[in-house]
Design a protein around this ligand. Structure first.
Ligand SMILES: NC(=O)c1ccc[n+]([C@@H]2O[C@H](COP(=O)([O-])OP(=O)(O)OC[C@H]3O[C@@H](n4cnc5c(N)ncnc54)[C@H](OP(=O)(O)O)[C@@H]3O)[C@@H](O)[C@H]2O)c1
Length: 169
């Protein structure tokens, strides 16, 4: 399950999971359901209309973007050896998940930039070159409009990536 499957992190996570042969359930709002399917989700849940915690499926892995839900909700949806990885979220959510990662092997958290490892980058490069990992670009801003671009990003409803374009002429 990828909760927040239509954003900058989510759409890449969907494609990576598919490339590894996973059966992917995405969660996003109504307007993004088609996009999430188009990028590889096998099944989508509209969080505006459905309570995702009511799904009968148990997951091997859940990626939770933005700390939108309680850890209890995610835990209930995991298989016994399933793993939850959180990405972003408010301070309270991040601290909770971070603490949980010390006491439970089911939880880990990714809150900011990490150093990419060469073998992962080679793997991503290979997927990109074979068209299995594509960026989905929502909007392109000029560098003068960076402030507006950041305002849009922090709205938490981007579709894929937002680009700030620089002219190096
Ligand atoms: N992008 C990066 O490279 C990067 C790197 C490190 C950390 N992070 C962190 O990771 C987090 C996610 O970033 P992101 O780039 O993927 O973009 P984002 O814009 O923060 O997340 C967008 C996703 O979250 C969903 N969403 C927003 N509000 C929701 C809600 N109330 N309930 C359920 N889903 C909701 C959106 O769906 P709808 O639009 O359909 O509502 C969309 O799928 C951020 O906290 C960011 O700081 C990002």
């Amino acid at each position: 399950m990828i909760y927040g499957s239509s954003g900058g992190v989510g759409l890449y996570a969907v494609q990576l999971a598919k490339s590894m042969g996973a059966n992917v359930t995405g969660v996003c709002s109504t307007r993004n359901l088609e996009l999430a399917k188009q990028m590889g989700c096998d099944y989508v849940i509209d969080y505006k209309k459905e309570d995702f915690t009511k799904t009968q499926t148990k997951f091997d892995a859940i990626i939770g973007v933005n700390g939108c839900n309680s850890m209890k909700d995610y835990k209930r949806l995991l298989k016994p050896n399933g793993i939850f990885v959180g990405v972003g979220g408010d301070v309270k959510q991040v601290s909770k998940a971070f603490l949980l990662s010390f006491i439970s092997r089911n939880f880990s958290y990714f809150a900011g930039p990490i150093m990419p490892q060469n073998d992962y980058l080679s793997y991503a490069k290979e997927l990109a070159e074979t068209g299995k990992l594509l960026p989905y670009i929502d909007k392109i801003y000029s560098v003068q409009d960076t402030k507006e671009a950041i305002r849009y990003i922090v709205s938490s409803h981007t579709q894929g990536k937002v680009v700030v374009s620089m002219d190096f002429k």
